[in-house]
Design a protein around this ligand. Structure first.
Ligand SMILES: [Zn+2]
Length: 315
């Protein structure tokens, strides 16, 4: 009897937890209702230059404008803020001779109010950024995003980091202004037409990116995403970042640390679109320090070997 009661008690949390509900408080629990979250091709990951290989077929990405215009709608869905920009852009050059990918929505991941370092989902050389934007697109082989997201390479997401700057980013401000109107769950507002995604990101930035096959970073974690994470971050001021940290979820709690921790790369390959010469000074400096340390160690080892053999001869 006792055994029976224990078994029932063990299973209660699984029964109680509804399949659709999830939170960032314990991302490991996502596995319970969403088995894909435990797969081998999960996102986000830590992007390392030294673990990546240049793929010459990866061309500069670009957003081709479509006919549709008018104000875009921003909504608070309890997990993030999402800008719906359906039918405005098509993402080109995702893969050689691939289909086009239609832009569906843009959303964000950030940390908490006293943290200006963490917030991004992907890491770059082990380092987080305070904010990450995801531009979600789906293959035009499918009639809608729901059909696309359950198929391999059905989705393509462009990840863009933001770093702090002393000056505010004027191209980002129309969206930041709209955040004050969606502070509560389920609120919606329109964003000024002055917010232009293509202008915000800038064409130049779309040339250098990391590429790998991964997943949605929220349940149901389908492994259907071609990821392109831009290497060069955008800038925003501390005040602009802070605006994200006043948003509330469905329980009226502050939405904070809305990012999933990095997942193992495993046997997947990480590609990049850019040459080694394109890496920035900061990274070059760090690589140089590591290489010099390596030389120093080798020289020391030769000296130790020489002294040891000398001692043996003297004996
Ligand atoms: Zn995301």
């Amino acid at each position: 009897m006792l055994q029976f009661v224990l078994i029932i008690l063990l299973f209660i949390p699984t029964i109680v937890e509804s399949k659709g509900a999830w939170s960032y408080e314990n991302t490991k629990q996502w596995l319970r209702g969403h088995h894909y979250c435990g797969g081998k091709s999960q996102s986000p990951i830590d992007l390392h230059f030294d673990k990546s290989r240049r793929d010459h077929r990866l061309k500069q990405l670009y957003f081709e404008e479509q006919d549709f215009s008018g104000p875009a709608e921003l909504s608070n869905n309890g997990h993030t803020v999402q800008l719906n920009i359906k039918n405005r852009y098509v993402l080109k050059n995702v893969a050689p001779e691939s289909e086009d990918y239609k832009v569906e929505q843009v959303h964000f991941h950030w940390g908490h109010s006293h943290d200006i370092n963490n917030g991004s989902e992907h890491l770059l050389e082990g380092r987080p950024y305070p904010l990450e934007m995801h531009v979600v697109t789906y293959s035009d082989l499918y009639s809608n995003i729901r059909d696309a997201m359950v198929n391999t390479r059905g989705l393509a997401v462009v990840g863009v980091f933001f770093e702090l700057s002393d000056e505010s980013n004027p191209s980002f401000q129309p969206l930041v202004d709209a955040l004050t109107r969606v502070q509560s769950h389920d609120q919606r507002t329109s964003v000024s037409e002055q917010f232009i995604l293509k202008t915000l990101i800038g064409e130049e930035r779309m040339y250098r990116y990391y590429r790998y096959d991964g997943s949605l970073t929220t349940p149901p974690c389908y492994e259907s995403v071609i990821w392109s994470v831009l290497r060069d971050p955008l800038k925003l001021s501390r005040q602009q970042l802070q605006a994200f940290k006043h948003l509330h979820d469905e329980k009226a709690n502050t939405m904070k640390d809305v990012y999933r921790p990095v997942q193992p790369l495993g046997s997947r390959k990480l590609f990049r679109s850019f040459f080694a010469e394109d890496i920035d000074d900061d990274l070059k400096q760090r690589k140089l320090i590591l290489e010099n340390r390596g030389h120093y160690l080798t020289n020391n080892m030769i000296l130790i070997a020489f002294l040891t053999s000398l001692l043996i001869i003297i004996h």
